[in-house]
Design a protein around this ligand. Sequence first.
Ligand code: SAH
Length: 215
Amino acid sequence: MVDNYVDLREEMVNVQLIRRGIADAGVLRAMRHVPRHIFAGPSNRDSAYADMALDIGMHQTISQPYMVAVMTELLEPSMTDRVLEIGTGSGYQAAVLSEIVLKVYTVERIESLSEQAQKKFAEAGYNNICVKVADGTLGWPTEAPFDKIIVTAAAPDIPAPLIEQLGPEGIIVAPVGQRHSQQLLKLVKRGGVIEKSYHVPCVFVPLLGRLGWDS
Ligand code: SAH
């Protein structure tokens, strides 16, 4: 897609991502391409490619580009993957994934955000993203198992249904910890054994629902 933001995206990728160690070619290619300004919305147009999270209304945010890149890279996405995302929000993270993987399933609890994101997927031409309005702490059982699962809201721990809905050799990336400060947790299922590693500190909005925070 050629738009007026090509240079800003190139600068974002070079300065915010490559210089900070993001190396996955697929992630860099996707983030050079996805029109973040469309997902950020008209009120954020001027700061769409800035080095920060942005407000998308309903007390929710679109993550900083670097955080999107780190999470996507940790997910080790490949072109055959079916990926579940919990927390559609603006739809930006789902769009980045959709450029790399086979299919993205994304769940959002706030209907208006899901509807807006769907319009943006259509506007930007993404047609391998399935959306659902539901409590994502319960996953998406009818589409399981997933090769990868990404949670883009913070919880005290990864909800058990998500681990159950992860296929063999699958990977989950999620911000886990306290209400106002977390760390990215990468969980890998290897032959029935679960390995966990902790990565960068982060601050995400809360995952609300049956197996998340109450309010
Ligand atoms: N991935 C998004 C950012 C997500 S912000 C993007 O790229 O823009 C976190 C989102 O998680 C919010 O939209 C919030 O409403 C949603 N959320 C919180 N708890 C949820 C739950 N239990 N199920 C689904 N979505 C949830």
